[in-house]
Design a protein around this ligand. Structure first.
Ligand code: C5J
Length: 225
């Protein structure tokens, strides 16, 4: 195996990645999804269900920082004038408040508002990539491909919320673009625990049709001491 290649005990089988070509991708760990008064709560969800992944992502973030590896944070949200929010998204569901309405965390899902921010414990550091995305997938209408190519990234370690929406959509987009993707099982959460379980199984079914899954401990064990 080439120097610098690490292997994770994963499903449906071992996941190997080059240290120089791997990025940690943290999807939408924003106050709007994780705290009361934001977008997730407005849609009727119990936001506390997303809490377990927070310290796990914190440990992965610390490890990637310690090794000087590439880190990408994403934020779902829209321009204040909503010009990047399709009417189909604005009207979807029966939220108590809609995107752009004023709530306890400022305007719902709007860039620059308190709710749009990444939660304090996972705040990006200078030099880390932050991608603002109007959709569920992190590649749609964003510079993510360009940023990854510029850094010669070929392998993605994917974390964040929610598993079956923005996480799975991003992983499918990445898979179609040729990235090898590992989803960290305990570093992702859903408002619907059964959807999370189903998404994990979908990813790794059929010989890893979308990619691999592994625990955070398995990933951490694969990093150099
Ligand atoms: C949702 C997301 N669930 N980040 N967004 O609307 O998964």
């Amino acid at each position: 195996m080439a120097a610098g290649v690490r292997t994770v005990d994963a499903l449906p089988g071992p996941f190997s990645y080059p240290l120089a070509g791997v990025a940690l991708v943290i999807i939408d760990m924003q106050r709007d999804f994780l705290e009361p008064g934001g977008f997730g709560a407005a849609l009727g969800n119990t936001v506390g269900l997303l809490a377990p992944s927070i310290p796990v992502i914190g440990r992965l973030l610390a490890a990637f920082r310690a090794h000087g590896l590439t880190i990408v944070h994403t934020r779902e949200g829209h321009r204040p004038d909503l010009s990047d929010c399709p009417p189909a998204k604005l009207g979807r569901g029966r939220p108590s408040m809609r995107i752009g309405d004023h709530g306890a965390l400022g305007r719902i899902l709007i860039q620059g508002e308190p709710g749009h921010a990444i939660i304090p414990s996972l705040t990006p550091l200078p030099g880390e990539v932050v991608i603002d995305k109007p959709g569920k997938g992190a590649f749609y209408a964003t510079p993510l491909s360009t940023e990854l190519t510029r850094r010669s990234i070929t392998h993605l370690v994917i974390t964040g919320v929610t598993t079956e929406v923005c996480v799975q959509t991003t992983m499918r987009e990445a898979n179609d673009r040729g990235y090898e993707c590992l989803l960290i099982e305990d570093a992702t959460d859903s408002y619907f625990p059964s959807f999370k379980q189903a998404a994990l199984e979908m990813v790794r079914a059929q010989g890893g049709i979308v990619g691999w899954t592994a625990t955070s401990n398995a990933l951490l064990k694969s990093l150099p001491p």
